[in-house]
Ligand binder design. Structure first.
Ligand SMILES: *Cc1c(COP(=O)(O)O)cnc(C)c1O
Length: 465
C-alpha cells in the first residue's frame, strides 16, 4: 500500500514512512492511494472475532508491504491489553434502536487511546535499531495530549512537546499530561485557544528547515495511522449489530473530523453504513459546511465540550480530496484560498458526495444537558458532555429499524464538573488513574507565538547533524 498527499506533489510513501511523517511536505495530508474493499463474505467473516483479531484483519491492507497481519495482531494485543474492558470497545444498549459504543476504556479515559496506544508501539517498532530520533510536536484540546503522552512516555528515540491552550482544558485532562515524570515529555501551556496551538504546530511543520532538523512527527489526527486504527471499531460494532446483513448508523461527536472520517473509510471499504451523523457543538463549521457548503471559520466559543471547540477541522481536507475526484492541484488551490481568507465554498461534487452519507447536526448546551439527564433517567447511564452532543444528534436522526450507534468518546469522570452540573451527581474517577490529584505537575507557560514556542523546542529537542 502506498500513500499519496491530498495536495498532489509530495512523494508517495509506504506505511512506515507515512506513520513517521505526519504532514506531507506539500502541506497536504496522506491518504491511501486506493481504498481496500472487503467483500460481503469477508465482512461476515469478522463475526465472532475478538477486537484484536478484528483489528488485525481490518488494518492489514493498510500496512501491507511493511507489517504482516500476524505482526499487526501482536502489536494490537499489546496495545489493547492495556484497556480496562475485555471487549476493548464494548457496546451498551440504551433502548430498542440506540447503542453507545464505549471507546474510553484505555489508560487516559478517552477514545484517543484506541489509536495512540497502537501508534506509540508503531513508533517504537519503526525506530528500533535505527539512529533516528523523532520530535513529536502536537497541539491538544485535552484528550490527544494525555493519550499521546501516555503512549510514548519513557520510550527511547522520541521526545514529545505537547501544546495546550492555557486554562481551556479540564483539570483531569491537564493533570494527566503534566504529572507524567518521564524526561522525554515536555508540556507547554500557550496563551490562546486550541486553533492558535494547532496553527503553531502547523507552522513548525511547514518550516522545512526546522522540521527536518528536528525530525518532527505528528500525533494529531493528521497522522494516517491514527485514523486507520479508528476504522476498526466501526467494523467491530457494525458486525455485532448485524452487518453486513443490515446497515448501521453512527453518530460521532466531531472536532477535527478524524473520528468521523474513519467511519467514512469504513464505508468506502464496504461496510454498510446507513448514515454518519456529524454532531458538532455551537462551533459548527462542519455542520455549516455539510449543510450549506459554507466552510468558513468563526471565533471559537468555549463550551463544556473542549475537544470539539474547533473552527478549522484538519481532516476535512481528506474528505474534500476524496469527493473532489482526488484532484490534488484543485484541492491545493481550494485550501490555499481557505488559508488566506478563512472561508471557502464546497464544490458541487463535494456537496453531492457528502450529502449521501453525512447528516450534520449542531447541538447547543441545553440539548446536551438534556441528553445527559435522559441517558441517566431512561437507561441509568452517565455520559460525558461530548457523548451527549452526539446522542442528542443521534435522537434527531434516528430511523426506525436501523441500529444507531453513538460513539462515547470520553469517560464521564474526565468532565466531572459538567456532568455534575447537568445531572446533579459527580462521577468518581476510576481507580486505574490512581493518585492523579496528589502528583506534582510539570509544565511551562509560553506566549502563543512561533518564536517563543519554536525557540523553546529548539533548545531542548535532539537535532540532526
Ligand atoms: C478528540 C475528541 C473528539 C473529536 O474527535 P475528532 O476526531 O477530532 O473529530 C470528541 N470527543 C472527545 C472526548 C475527544 O477527545
Amino acid at each position: 500500500m502506498r500513500y499519496i498527499s491530498t495536495r498532489g506533489t509530495a512523494p508517495a510513501l509506504d506505511f512506515r514512512d507515512v506513520t513517521l511523517a505526519g504532514l506531507a511536505s506539500d502541506g497536504g495530508l496522506y491518504v491511501p492511494e486506493a481504498w481496500p474493499r472487503f467483500t460481503h463474505e469477508q465482512i461476515a467473516g469478522l463475526a465472532g472475532l475478538s477486537y484484536v483479531d478484528t483489528a488485525a484483519r481490518v488494518m492489514a491492507p493498510f500496512t501491507a508491504g511493511v507489517l504482516s497481519e500476524d505482526e499487526l495482531r501482536e502489536l494490537c494485543a499489546a496495545a489493547y491489553g492495556r484497556f480496562a474492558h475485555a471487549a476493548v470497545t464494548p457496546l451498551v444498549q440504551l433502548d430498542h434502536d440506540h447503542w453507545l459504543l464505549e471507546l474510553f476504556h484505555g489508560p487516559t479515559l478517552a477514545f484517543k487511546d484506541v489509536a495512540l496506544q497502537l501508534l506509540g508501539l508503531l513508533f517504537e517498532r519503526f525506530l528500533t535499531g535505527s539512529t533516528e530520533h523523532l520530535t513529536i510536536v502536537g497541539a491538544t484540546s485535552g484528550d490527544t495530549g494525555s493519550a499521546a503522552i501516555d503512549a510514548v512516555a519513557g520510550r527511547s528515540g522520541v521526545d514529545i512537546f505537547m501544546l495546550h491552550p492555557e486554562g481551556r482544558v479540564s483539570d483531569v485532562q491537564r493533570r494527566q499530561m503534566t504529572t507524567v515524570g518521564a524526561p522525554n515529555v515536555h508540556n507547554i501551556a500557550i496563551t490562546g485557544d486550541f486553533d492558535t496551538a494547532q496553527a503553531l504546530v502547523k507552522a513548525m511543520f511547514n518550516d522545512r528547515a526546522f522540521s527536518r532538523r528536528f525530525r518532527l512527527s505528528a500525533v494529531n489526527s493528521i497522522n494516517w495511522a491514527r485514523l486507520m486504527a479508528q476504522v476498526v471499531y466501526y467494523f467491530y460494532a457494525a458486525v455485532r449489530l448485524g452487518a453486513p446483513g443490515r446497515p448501521v448508523a453512527f453518530s460521532v461527536p466531531t472536532g477535527n473530523f478524524g473520528d468521523v472520517f474513519a467511519g467514512y473509510v469504513g464505508s468506502r471499504m464496504g461496510l454498510p453504513v446507513a448514515k454518519l451523523v456529524v454532531a458538532t457543538n455551537v462551533n459548527d463549521i462542519l455542520a455549516r459546511a455539510l449543510a450549506d457548503g459554507d466552510y468558513s471559520s468563526r471565533q471559537v466559543v468555549a463550551t463544556p465540550t473542549p475537544s470539539m471547540d474547533i473552527q478549522v477541522s484538519s481532516n476535512f481536507e481528506r474528505l474534500l480530496f476524496d469527493l473532489g475526484d482526488r484532484d490534488g492541484a484543485a484541492l491545493a488551490a481550494q485550501m490555499q484560498g481557505f488559508e488566506a481568507s478563512r472561508a471557502m465554498r464546497l464544490s458541487n461534487a463535494q456537496r453531492d458526495g457528502s450529502a449521501a452519507l453525512f447528516a450534520p447536526e449542531r447541538v447547543d448546551v441545553d440539548d446536551m444537558a438534556r441528553a445527559m439527564r435522559r441517558a441517566c433517567d431512561d437507561a441509568g447511564e452517565t455520559i460525558d458532555p461530548h457523548t451527549a452532543i452526539a446522542l442528542a444528534a443521534a435522537r434527531r436522526q434516528a430511523q426506525v429499524g436501523v441500529p444507531m450507534v453513538t460513539l462515547a468518546t470520553a469517560h464521564p469522570a474526565k468532565f466531572r464538573d459538567a456532568v455534575e452540573r447537568a445531572t446533579g451527581s459527580r462521577p468518581p474517577l476510576p481507580t486505574r488513574v490512581g493518585d492523579l490529584f496528589e502528583r506534582e505537575e510539570r509544565y511551562v507557560t509560553l506566549d502563543g507565538t512561533f518564536d517563543a514556542v519554536s525557540g523553546y523546542i529548539a533548545a531542548r529537542a535532539a537535532a540532526r547533524d
